[in-house]
Ligand binder design. Sequence first.
Ligand code: 5GP
Length: 115
Amino acid sequence: MATVFEKIIAGELPANILHRDDRVVAFTDIRPAAPTHVLVVPTKVIETVDDIGDEDEALVGHMIIVARDLARRLGIASDGYRLIFNCRTHGGQEVYHLHLHLLGGRVLGPLVQRG
Ligand code: 5GP
């Protein structure tokens, strides 16, 4: 079954799309956890970080380059930001289509809750 991200990529679900090229689409998160919260999503369906293949090395690098450029464009690069991949249940992954979170616009606090 297609995930919500596949539907957004196909234009079947609305989203605030900030970037699109031949390999990735980036759009704002529907439930932002920070003033800037963007998802960088490959058009290729890869369910989790654990499903990334060696052949996807350039694609994953491209996702990071797109996030870097968006951070600059959105004015959060100089103060800094966080990039996150969540993987499966313990990682808190909700949508099983690989995506990179770009978060910024405020001090984000500790990486994870301790304990
Ligand atoms: P995950 O927890 O899988 O790493 O992150 C999934 C993210 O997708 C969540 O931050 C959630 O708010 C976002 N999300 C879920 N459904 C939609 C949607 O339909 N549209 C957009 N723009 N974001 C979504």
